[in-house]
Design a protein around this ligand. Sequence first.
Ligand code: GLP
Length: 241
Amino acid sequence: MEVVIAPADELARLAADAVESLLRRKPDAVLGVATGSSPLKVYDELARRHTQSGLSFARATAFMLDEYVGLPADHPERYRNVIETEIASRVDFAPGAVQGPDGLAEDLAAACAAYEQAIADAGGVDLQLLGIGTDGHIGFNEPGSSLASRTRIKTLTEQTRADNARFFGGDVTQVPQHCLTQGLGTIMSARHLVMLATGRSKAEAVHQAVEGPVSAMWPGTIMQHHPHVTVLVDNAAASRL
Ligand code: GLP
């Protein structure tokens, strides 16, 4: 595990460098994209490089980590729409190249299985961008998640719903109770994990993920078993290392 401590803008450049060098080496790479505030500067940087230096995503595909269950198709916080707004529409992905779990499927379990199959059919994820929750979740794998889990339905913790209420006008009752998320086993199948975390609220989760005993109670700790992880943190998020 490589840990880099730097200011947030520098972290975003480093994450974008990893994506760019992958795409230059392998234009048809499979990217893993995350929502939340942590990767936003990375997406800004990738969009800038697309516009200014011709970085192309035209042959790439991307898979989202997770999705809320039941948010209407046009809801701005539906992760599919967030990813569209924050990155997909700002670069040159081919139509349909960005996929996510279908939180509006009638048969959610079947949608999860189909999503796993789609990732496998694409050859697996080359580079997975990740944030981490204050409770140590990655994707939406909350504490207690099986370390070998695959894409499935999960119930969000009160902590995560409270953390994410800021995206729903501060009203926690508007935050869905359930989600679909790639499992920890799915995430671990990606060939390179790039995790970003900033701010003091992430310090404990980062400490556990990097230095704590591997435990389902801190899902991010599973990354210690991955052969290629880059942890990008600012001073505040690194304050317990
Ligand atoms: C969210 C997402 C995660 C994200 C995490 C941290 O709920 N499901 O993929 O990494 O929680 O979010 P943020 O980056 O906004 O702190």
